[in-house]
Design a protein around this ligand. Structure first.
Ligand SMILES: NC(=O)c1ccc[n+]([C@@H]2O[C@H](COP(=O)([O-])OP(=O)(O)OC[C@H]3O[C@@H](n4cnc5c(N)ncnc54)[C@H](OP(=O)(O)O)[C@@H]3O)[C@@H](O)[C@H]2O)c1
Length: 55
């Protein structure tokens, strides 16, 4: 499994698409699930995290 950070950004989206097209098990780290679903391929597993928010 490969976790892609910045997955909704210019670089991250391309990386997610490429890894998924190669058959890798990709998980996208996102801040906003709703916004991410418009920007990423459907079927990509999402995990919510924000570098600015930690406990
Ligand atoms: N683009 C290039 O040509 C290029 C070239 C060399 C190096 N880089 C480097 O590669 C990295 C990504 O570039 P990019 O052009 O893809 O940037 P981008 O399009 O601005 O994307 C930034 C990504 O980081 C996420 N992000 C921002 N703040 C975050 C936080 N606090 N917690 C979690 N995620 C956060 C954004 O999520 P949201 O969607 O939620 O905002 C988005 O997915 C940068 O460090 C940049 O300096 C880029």
């Amino acid at each position: 499994m490969i976790l892609v950070t910045g997955a909704t950004g210019h670089v991250g989206r391309a990386v997610v698409c490429r890894l998924a097209s190669l058959g890798h098990d990709v998980v996208a780290m996102v801040r906003d699930v709703q916004a991410s679903s418009r920007r990423l391929l459907s079927g990509i597993v999402l995990r919510v995290a924000d570098y600015q928010r930690h406990k």
